[in-house]
Design a binder for this molecule. Structure first.
Ligand SMILES: Nc1ncnc2c1ncn2[C@@H]1O[C@H](COP(=O)(O)OP(=O)(O)OP(=O)(O)O)[C@@H](O)[C@H]1O
Ligand SMILES: [Mg+2]
Length: 659
């Protein structure tokens, strides 16, 4: 069986057929021969018995008369049958009576005394012993031995014939079976070939050819079906693999990008942390509850608190007590709503010194937008604040000084104008009166003298006019006597007469009378504006209007000249314009100047009626640089640190300082 295991199926089938045929042939032959043997033997036995009977009958007389010769003759007749090897007759007593033997038989093998009755079979012989009776009395025994050689020859012949017949039959069967084997082995071999193709080339598109509807046909169908499934799965697998490879490639690419990104982020983080460590600004980071988690070296230097001292505590550590509760409430509301809070804090260092801290508190959020920390970055602006404060005070002082000088100048002008007008004017008038009375008394022959005196009289008249003009220019008395509107009317008329530029005045004050200082300011600004028109505008007409608009006075001087340029307006040498602004500023007002080449120049002065206390008194107190308690924090706008920018400080009027 083991021999057949690895041979091709065609050989296997051939061997199986051959073996089966050999087995059938062998068994058939053996059985046939065995049957023949039995049949022949029983026939021979029957023949032996009847032969023994015949010899017994023929030998009875010889035995009865003890006639040995007769007995020998009877037995000698057996020589005609070549199958009989030997025969012997025994007397009643069992002694040898007569014997026959073939010449080739050994006489010692024939029993010397009568053996027991019966049939016995040996390899080469069949022996029969039976009694010889006369009238039921036993008178002797016959011993007869047949040789088996004849039987064996017969059997051999038969066997050869049977083998020959069966051999031919087997050859025919083999020939037939070898043709029929193809029907089984062919499809199986084909299937095996297909399996080889598939396994070697991984070609699942191959299909086995079906040979019929038998089990092999079913097997082929099953095989093809299996291949189809495998092909499908293979395709799906291939696709899945390709997709997977694509995804792996994509992910790899993403990972590479992520790595680059992370390296960049780490680099940025490193830079940021060293920036935070090295910056001159003091930085502190607290958790959501305000507990300090980090302070940078600048913080340590500024406040005097070491990192160990600060971490774990809250920024209350630096509290000066100079901010009210509302300030902190505003701070917390702002930062807890996610917006940055910027203010100038007044804080206290470890050694007790107060300092200005220009600080921005920024909430730090996680990816879900929840606040996790607060970042405070600030810088010590104490020196700047002190310098600013000094500057502010010095400006205020300068402004007060200018105002004071202006008012002194105005008073001086008024006094000089009055003295020139009153004293000089009266003296000249007196002189003129005296001169005309002297001239009236001159004798008629003094015509030349009279002429000179009349000329002198005219000169004095002109001088009086000059004096009046000068005094009016110094300070129009009409301003003090009849007020601003009258002074403006006079100025307008005078301007038009003097320059030839058409001048129009509109007043809408509803009976309101500005006080002396305001009137002076507006009048002087008007004068300066008109002077500029003559000097620079090249205008042919000027419109002046003065109106009361709710709670402010508005003076507008509009010309139709070339228009002031932006550069001229902001020129630091434009002292005339600066003077106008400063005058208005002293009353909490402002001057706006606009110009365009086609629209001329407009100077607009706005002065509120509710003016701050006059700045006339000069603050002579030396500048103090430590008004820490007057600082007001500025709120910031914006939703994150980047957008945070202080709300532009509302313009405050130059506040009065009482000194
Ligand atoms: N109405 C105007 N039309 C055109 N240009 C003007 C007008 N008013 C002023 N300017 C321009 O603005 C400049 C500044 O005017 P500002 O009154 O300050 O100086 P100024 O008149 O030149 O000298 P002053 O100090 O004597 O007044 C002028 O030099 C002039 O060029
Ligand atoms: Mg000017």
């Amino acid at each position: 069986m083991r021999l057949l295991r690895d041979v091709p199926i065609r050989t296997k089938l051939a061997r199986i057929t051959q073996l089966a045929l050999a087995a059938a042939l062998g068994t058939g032959t053996v059985i046939l021969l065995a049957v023949e043997f039995q049949m022949y033997r029983s026939a021979m036995t029957t023949e032996m018995r009847s032969m023994a009977d015949v010899i017994g009958t023929n030998s009875r007389a010889a035995l009865a008369f003890r006639d040995r010769a007769a007995g020998e003759r009877t037995l000698a007749a057996l020589g005609a049958d070549p199958r009989i090897m030997a025969a012997r007759l025994y007397t009643q007593e069992g002694r040898v009576f007569a014997t026959y033997r073939r010449s080739d038989v050994n006489p010692d093998l024939i029993p010397a005394a009568a053996p027991a009755d019966g049939l016995s079979l040996r390899a080469r012989s069949l022996t029969l012993v039976q009694p010889i009776r006369l009238d039921a009395e036993r008178i002797g025994t016959i011993w007869l031995q047949f040789g088996m050689a004849t039987l064996y020859n017969f059997l051999l012949k038969h066997a050869l014939i049977v083998i020959a017949v069966l051999g031919f039959a087997s050859l025919a069967a083999l020939a037939l079976s070898s043709r029929l084997q193809g029907m089984i082995a062919g499809p199986v071999a084909h299937l095996a070939q297909m399996v080889k193709v598939v396994t070697e080339r991984y070609d699942y598109s191959a299909r086995a050819i079906k040979s019929g509807q038998d089990e092999l046909g079913l097997l082929t169908d099953g095989f093809n079906e299996m291949l189809a499934r495998i092909q499908e799965r293979d395709a799906a697998l291939q696709q899945a693999r390709e997709e997977l490879e694509e995804r792996v490639a994509l992910r790899t690419h993403e990972l590479q990008l992520e790595i680059v990104e992370r390296r960049r982020a780490e680099e940025t983080l490193r830079k940021l942390s060293s920036a935070v460590e090295q910056t001159a600004d003091s930085v502190l980071i607290t958790d959501r509850e305000g507990v300090i988690e980090y302070v940078n070296p600048a913080f340590e230097r500024l406040t005097g608190y070491s990192r160990d001292e600060a971490v774990g505590r809250t920024p209350r550590l630096l509290k000066s007590g100079l901010h009210d509760q509302q300030f902190y409430e505003r701070l917390w509301t702002t930062i807890l709503s996610g917006k940055p809070f910027r203010a100038v804090f007044i804080n206290r260092k470890k050694d007790g010194t107060l300092y200005y801290d220009d600080k921005t508190l920024t909430p730090l959020t996680n990816s879900q937008g929840q606040i996790t920390h607060f970042l405070s970055a600030g810088r010590d602006i104490t020196e700047r604040m002190q310098a600013e404060e000094a500057l502010r005070r010095s400006r205020e002082q300068l402004r007060a000084l200018a105002a004071h000088l202006e008012s002194v100048r105005e008073d001086e002008r008024t006094r000089i104008a009055r003295e020139i007008h009153d004293e000089l004017g009266q003296m000249l008038t007196g002189l003129k009166f005296d001169l005309s009375s002297v001239a009236a008394r001159l004798p008629h022959n003094q015509a030349a003298l009279l002429e000179r005196m009349q000329a002198m009289e005219q000169l004095i008249g002109a001088t009086i006019q000059s004096v009046q003009r000068i005094s009016t220019e110094l300070r129009p008395g009409i301003l003090d006597r009849l007020g601003l509107v009258a002074a403006m009317k006079w100025q307008t008329r005078e301007f038009q007469t003097r320059t030839g530029i058409r001048c129009q005045l509109d007043v809408g004050l509803d009976g309101y009378e500005p006080d002396r200082e305001t009137s002076t300011t507006l009048f002087r600004i008007l004068q300066e504006a008109l002077t500029n028109v003559v000097r620079h505008a090249g205008a042919t007409a000027v419109n002046i209007s003065l109106i009361l608009d709710q709670d402010r006075l508005i003076l507008a001087v509009v010309d139709n000249g070339r228009g002031i340029t932006e550069q001229e307006m902001t020129d630091s040498n434009a002292l005339g314009l600066l003077g106008m602004r400063e005058r208005a500023l002293l009353f909490g007002g402002e001057v706006t100047i606009t110009g365009s080449p086609k629209g001329g120049t407009t100077v607009m002065v706005t002065i509120p009626l509710q003016q701050p206390t006059s700045l006339k008194s000069l603050d002579t107190e030396p500048v103090r640089a430590e008004p820490l308690d007057t600082v007001r924090p500025e709120p910031v706008e914006g939703t994150n640190g980047a957008q945070a920018r202080p709300v532009e400080a509302r313009h405050t009027h130059p506040s009065t300082s009482s000194g």
